[in-house]
Write a protein that binds this ligand. Structure first.
Ligand code: THU
Length: 160
């Protein structure tokens, strides 16, 4: 038997430690929770994608009475960014979430499907996305979705 250990790396920040660009991106994600349509879960998620051009494209989760028809904030933002600006890499993505009590204390962990879409976006532009996961007690920064999705499936897995 062999043993494989895949390491992932996070930086942990307090809000006050962030540079202006990152705190602004997180503020946008927090603001976007107000645009969330989440009458079923009452879990309000906002995302803000920074493009290489400096443009920020935002998204929020959009639910549906037919539950699987809804979409997470991260994918809403990334699909909007990629549709509107197909030539600009996404270089950073901030995510924030609140429930009926307020913003989450711990950093919001993106769902698996959103991680997969982040990976596709990275690969499409051949550019890592720095991901900022907001919590009131801490903010996690990962330098690439590779750290959120080890042993991932991408087009190279289909190579024969
Ligand atoms: N949600 C997101 O928008 N992003 C995530 O990363 C996790 C979950 C949404 C989907 C659904 O509208 C609600 O949060 C509860 O799962």
């Amino acid at each position: 038997m062999k043993y494989l250990n895949l390491n992932i790396t996070f930086n942990i920040y307090q809000y006050e430690e962030l540079n202006e660009s990152d705190s602004k991106l997180i503020d946008k994600a927090c603001e976007m929770t107000k645009h969330s349509y989440a009458p079923y879960s009452k879990f309000y998620v906002g995302a803000a994608a920074l493009l290489k051009s400096g443009i920020v494209v935002t998204g929020s989760n959009q639910e549906n009475a037919a539950y699987p028809s809804g979409l997470c904030a991260e994918r809403t933002a990334l699909f909007a960014a990629n549709s509107l600006y197909p030539d600009y890499p996404v270089i950073a993505l901030a995510i924030a979430a609140r429930n009926t009590q307020g913003f989450l204390k711990k950093p919001i962990p993106p769902c698996g499907a959103c991680r997969q879409v982040m990976l596709e976006t990275e690969n499409r532009f051949n550019h890592p996305i720095r991901i900022l996961l907001y919590g009131t007690e801490a903010i996690y920064e990962v330098k690439s979705v590779v750290d959120l999705l080890p042993l991932s499936f991408d087009k190279t897995a289909m190579d024969i």
